[in-house]
Ligand binder design. Sequence first.
Ligand SMILES: Cc1ncc(COP(=O)(O)O)c(C=O)c1O
Length: 580
Amino acid sequence: MNVRPMESSDLPGVVKTHLEAFPQFFLSSLGPRFLHHFYAAILGDPTGIAMVATENGAVVGFVAGTSQPTGFYRRFLFRRFVSVSLSLFSPPVTKPKTLFAVVRRALRRTTGVRVPRAAELMSLAVAPAYQNRGIGRGLTTAFVSATRDRGSRAVWLTTDAFDNERVMHFYENAGFERTRTFTNSEGRVMHHYMKREPEFVAFARPDVGDEEIEALRKVITSGWLTTGERVHEFERQFAAAVGAKRAVALNSGTAALHLALDAIGLQPGDEVIIPDYTFTSTAEVVLYFNARPVIVDVDARTLNMDPLAFEKAITPRTKAVIPVHFGGLSADLDAICGIAKRNGLAVIEDAAHAFPTRYRGRTIGNTDGMACFSFYATKTITTGEGGMLCTNSDQYADHARIMSLHGINRDAWSRYRTEGSWFYEVIATGYKYNMTDIAGAVGLTQLAKAERMHQRRQEIAGRYNASLPADVLELPAYDAIGDHAWHLYAVRLNLEQLKISRESFIDELRHAGVGSSVHFIPLHLHPVYRNALNHAENDFPVSVSQFRREISLPIYSAMSDDDVDSVIDAVLSVAKRFHV
Ligand SMILES: Cc1ncc(COP(=O)(O)O)c(C=O)c1O
């Protein structure tokens, strides 16, 4: 190998300038010839490997070679870089996993920078010679494996070893594009490959745009911002959409649940039966009354309340049941309402996920009990924050309306209207739960496109159902009696088919550019409920075992076809790579 080692006088200025002025461009801005000499000089021999790890925009370097750097390079490297001599390892480090473990440990020890995983290493390989001999070949292989599927964004293929078709195809198939090719001064062909930047597919994103901006412009310029005509129109239209007689708009789904329990006159010491597999709102509202949330287990397939468990939990103190339509799939309302009726219990549906959900031809919201919807930012329609209590009962609706605004009786207000618009009567200690016209305006806009948004969610669910690997994943139950709102697409991992945990699966999806989430951490595992209700971890075995396998994949109407493809590709790729 005929490389003139660089004189130390050549190097410091150039390197320092590059590193300090443009650290993030360091690798790509240095010419390949320079790099060639650089590593040859640093490492004393040209079998070297360098990587740049980025974390929060910080750039740190790692250089490894078969010999330790000396003199200036050593001092320089120890300040800015970490170096380890791979020749110290016997047998030489050739496995990517071991190599990265060494790199990560060394980086951590010497710079304090934590590189969470190999996938976050950007890479540059300089192994100009000896690629067919021992460690050089091993490192080449290590690099190829490391950059495959691993979040690397750029590679310089500077060695003869990389000039063969197979390796180039390999990168091209892994989503890299060749951006430059030229012959260097030593007559060697150099290739620069950049990974095509896939858009990160966020777990959730509201479908909002020009229509909402226009609605907001109008409401803000109208001069009326708080509860007014837009909220009342939203209530009318939402009630019509779900087939309910009445709808009361509120500032959250939690407020709707709270007012629903208030409307049935819940008292301290009363019991309300709720499923374990839900968000904290379902339980916290019961505790607001010093009443007791009685948690029951769920059905393993649907993750909705198990009606038998509900029936068994009824006591003389039970006043109500709150079934949750998990993910947008209706709970078994026939069974639950039947049991509730026989036992004289109120049914309050937690419909936070359930617009628009249908059950046996009936839309959720059309109920003689109450159904509580949420318009939180990730929900199927959103007002930023917001909620709606729907019911066919005037009594419940009137109660909720009065209590949503300080217990002010509007009838009294209209009765005495002639006495002046300043008059009102407070008839109960109420709450401040009213929806603003700002939110109402957004809600109306969202409602106008709700059908299109629901269709899109159905399409996405259809693509997932048809494309995701059914051996590794248990797909969500969707064959129930009615329409699924597809607020969530909740899969369960068949962990015995996988070499990795649910947490690692989520990490791998993120590294492949796909956000995901978990729904839900069972209520009884949260300290507040575990302590207040005296629960042990294995009290609700179905809920816990399903939670441990659950991952929610992105599903929202603002997803493009490419986004959907990316999710499918990422899941297939992770499932394949980590299949037992
Ligand atoms: C099952 C369930 N119930 C209730 C709520 C509460 O809704 P909000 O956030 O609008 O108060 C949520 C919200 O995420 C939920 O997932």
